[in-house]
Design a binder for this molecule. Sequence first.
Ligand SMILES: O=P(O)(O)OC[C@H]1O[C@H](O)[C@H](O)[C@@H](O)[C@@H]1O
Ligand SMILES: [Fe+2]
Length: 185
Amino acid sequence: MENNKIVFPELFFTDKNLVGRDVLKISRNLSDLKGIFADAEAFERMPQNQLAYEVSSFLPEKEGTPGGLYFGITYLYPGKVGNEYMMTKGHYHANVDRAEFYWGLEGEGMLILMDGQRNVWAEHVFPGSLHYIPGGVAHRMANTGSSLFSFAACWPSDAGHNYAEIAENGFSARLMEVNGVPHLI
Ligand SMILES: O=P(O)(O)OC[C@H]1O[C@H](O)[C@H](O)[C@@H](O)[C@@H]1O
Ligand SMILES: [Fe+2]
């Protein structure tokens, strides 16, 4: 992790008993994001081992536990594939009615949301912004800036992830740079 990056989990655990407990760190390279970007040729020209984002999660309950909560910080690196901003895979929750909070920590981006009728909208994410993702709404983050974009999330431990729906049908709009500005297209 870089020097001025918001450190997780050490900084957040005031209860020292929690330090190092049940923390899951994952990283996704470009190769893990194959098929999600519009410009497949631009994607293939990029180094497939390039780091796209990292997630540190604190998972104090067994996955599926009703009533529990999970907490995570995602570090999404800047970049574009063609004119499309670097973004997370995106998902619905496996328990589709489960909600989630996201909030911005550093850098800037857009939260892209899609409901069950495939209506898509987006919210500007910046340090301190708070975003409520209702149940049934698919969510994905895009880094629209030129620096690291990080955000925190809190979601129920019985939410789960449904990636298949997005892998098959995608979102019905994409966040593209047009004349230097993000546009949902
Ligand atoms: O799971 P992705 O769509 O790749 O998004 C990356 C991560 O973003 C947030 O931190 C969510 O709360 C995590 O559950 C998710 O894993
Ligand atoms: Fe989620």
